[in-house]
Design a protein around this ligand. Structure first.
Ligand SMILES: Cc1cc2nc3c(=O)[nH]c(=O)nc-3n(C[C@H](O)[C@H](O)[C@H](O)COP(=O)(O)OP(=O)(O)OC[C@H]3O[C@@H](n4cnc5c(N)ncnc54)[C@H](O)[C@@H]3O)c2cc1C
Length: 226
């Protein structure tokens, strides 16, 4: 199903990182972890890849007013046009899709690994569940070049103070398989969820395998296109 809906806000949420809020159509349903396809009616800057892109939803499924997506500036014609589309203008979104479904009941510790705007599905999840009682701890390993380029850093720090089962560990160096192999020693019994550009996802998964984590305990969402 395709919905026509309005842009309601633009916001820079970190250096070079843009959040777009859309009015949530009443029939738009999604679960934390899913993505949508966003299409612009026409492009003001040409783009060989066309007038639509896939984005994970960054807002809570409980937010019935808005849906949010977040991306880095890249210079592509699509993003240039979207950033400059005025509030109130119409765009199209397809019904949410995807099988990267973050767990509602925690039967073992969880480790979330986000590379840059790979934070998006985890923001959706954490905002939805932050007031719940969690049966198991959740750790977010959040990789960025610098604190200035880490989207939602303040909110995440606040969440880690608010929820005793949630901890945040920022990584400001280039990920290597060795880094993640070492980290497996700290989270022996965990399920791993890895989101970000395909290169970052594959480096992380290689490291987890080196550290002895089996494939059934690793869930991934590579942002194809980066
Ligand atoms: C399931 C799924 C979920 C996703 N979720 C997200 C998400 O939440 N956030 C997100 O950001 N992405 C997400 N992606 C990826 C997204 O769909 C895009 O492919 C990605 O953001 C790159 O789009 P782009 O328009 O920047 O680059 P593309 O047009 O695909 O170009 C690739 C790169 O080329 C360069 N480039 C292109 N055009 C120009 C130009 N005119 N001038 C200079 N340089 C240029 C830029 O460096 C750009 O990054 C997701 C993908 C999938 C499959």
């Amino acid at each position: 199903m395709v919905f026509e809906t309005q842009i309601v806000a633009h916001k820079e949420v970190a250096k070079g990182t843009h959040e777009v809020s859309l009015k949530r159509p009443s029939a738009f349903a999604f679960r934390a972890g899913q993505y949508l396809q966003l299409a612009l009616p026409k492009l003001a800057h040409s783009d060989p890849k066309g007038r639509s892109r896939q984005f994970s939803v960054a807002s809570s499924p409980y937010d019935m007013d808005e849906i949010k997506v977040v991306f880095r500036f890249s210079g592509s014609g699509f993003k240039e046009t979207l950033i400059n589309t005025p509030i109130g203008d119409l765009v199209q979104v397809e019904q949410a899709a995807g099988s990267f479904l973050l767990p509602q009941k925690l039967t073992r510790p969880q480790v979330f690994v986000a590379g840059g705007v790979g934070i998006s599905p985890f923001m959706s999840y954490l905002q939805q569940r932050i007031d719940d009682v969690w049966e198991q701890p959740v750790t977010l390993l959040y990789g960025n070049q610098s604190p200035e380029s880490a989207a939602y850093l303040g909110e995440l720090q606040q969440m880690s103070k608010q929820h005793r089962q949630f901890s945040l560990d920022n990584i400001y160096k280039r990920p290597t398989p060795g880094l993640f192999a070492k980290l497996t020693e700290k989270y022996t019994d965990a399920v791993w969820w890895v989101v970000g550009p395909p290169g970052m996802v594959s480096v992380t998964v290689n490291g987890l395998h080196l550290g002895g984590i089996s494939a059934d305990k690793i869930m991934t969402e590579p942002f194809e296109g980066y």
